[in-house]
Design a protein around this ligand. Sequence first.
Ligand code: NOJ
Length: 567
Amino acid sequence: MTILTSSQPPASRAERLWWRDAVTYQIYIRSFADANGDGKGDVEGIRSRLPYLKKLGIDAIWITPWYPSPQIDHGYDVADYLNIEPDYGTLAQAEHLINESHENGIRVLVDIVPNHSSDLHTWFQDALKAAPESPERDRYIFRDGKGPNGDLPPNNWQAVFGGPAWERVVEADGKRGQWYLHLFAVEQPDFNWENQEVREHFADILRFWLDRGVDGFRIDVAHGMVKAAGLPDVIAPDPKAEMLAPENRPFWDQDGVHEIYREWRKILNSYPGDRMAVAEAWVSPASRIARYLRPDELANSFNFDFLSCPWEPAPFKKMIERSLEALAEIGAPSSWVLNNHDVVRSVDRFDLGLIAGRANTTLERHGDPKEFNLERGTKRARAGALLMLALPGGAYIYQGEELALPEARDIPEERLTDPRWALSEHTDRGRDGCRVPLPWKADSAGAFGFSEKDGLKPEEAWLPQSADWGIFSVENQEDDPDSTLNMYRSALKIRRAEEGLGDGPMTWIETDESVLAFARAGNFACYVNFGAPMDLPANHQVLISSGPLDGKVLPTDTAVWIRTSSE
Ligand code: NOJ
């Protein structure tokens, strides 16, 4: 019998740091709720839905970047880290939201984007106007090109979104001059983290938001800020900067990033309450992720392993074991992720499978969409959710996951906005399919209730909603005891009441190899059946299941939480 635990936390949840058990709800602000009727979500929209979030039973919200931004990468191109995007509201509204969330018992995390800014950030505009080797240029990564006239990029790095990772600028004398690095879109220049001013500015940014009461930060591209000395070429047939590179790349997971996080930990610790930070570090294997979670660094890192796991028991089992073992060594809990704004939704992913070795950001990288079966995908996504919520540690839920929202497949090409689409020369539709505004009401008025403006049509939302979006709406699911929304609500309620859930040990239960089964303290067990219908153990009490049970039989693609008999 294997006992797996990600850490040795205090046995009682009340004594543990809040984030070790927390269920955090990710709000993609542009698509959550639109209070001012312009077809884009906003701060007041979030505030108006706090009762919904409270009823769902989550512990915290993470709000994707809400700063002024030209929105080339929908906020991940920040023009000013110390204010709110005018389309989304004002700083005063943001402060109000933080306070009101706290009054509702909900903690607030904001997104920090330290790897790159927008090209419209004043620092970058100053750098463009300044001369090579100037202090203004030194805040970013400018280099002379190679070749006789500097016509070739400084190295062979390719951007995550496609194309070269370098852009050449025109100097003050009108001649083509230096190149700057952008690991993402051309409009997202990478900061130079060797520069002391950059470090100090980000320390000030953290303090600015901590002073406004945020409970922590989600750190974008946390593994990317430091680049290998000398910016060496990538030695691999494909120099593309996939977020999860198949092997080490000179721009990911360099040792120097850890020094930054040790400084940030001191800042977090200088505030009252358990302020935390969660790293978006697409790093592999799990032992490398663990380095970000050392006690004097970041508290927490997303565990993205679910995102590349096909719907099969053996890979899930291996992934869970590997993750928990790696984290146990440093006493950190795992934080599971089933969905986010960068990947194909679990309803589609678990049905279509993955194309081996490829990241999971776009439908093109999954099996044949013609084979997609919504009913089967939904069953699996629901079962996957109960699996995730029963595992040791915390969990992140992405808006719409609680509605079993599928990927939107019918966004017309001319409406696609993800920079991947253009930069891949229209071969990769990108991530818009998982970012379509939420359906709150069954009727199409106000873009299915997404907008307070009743006259707003579904195709007028910033990303057009599918004609059948209302089927998945909150309104449709509200009173249906079998809806996915009510499954999440019940599961979160049980999770809160069960002392054995959240952080702490788990034990595998010996069973058929097409089933994953494990026990948690308090005679709690979770069974997930990937194969033929199976008999559940005798003398159990069902707490919740992801689909109907057939007497004592657990059907295919179904998960159940049970209380086992104590004898
Ligand atoms: C990761 C974010 O999740 C993604 O949406 C963004 O495009 C990149 N980082 C670049 O900031």
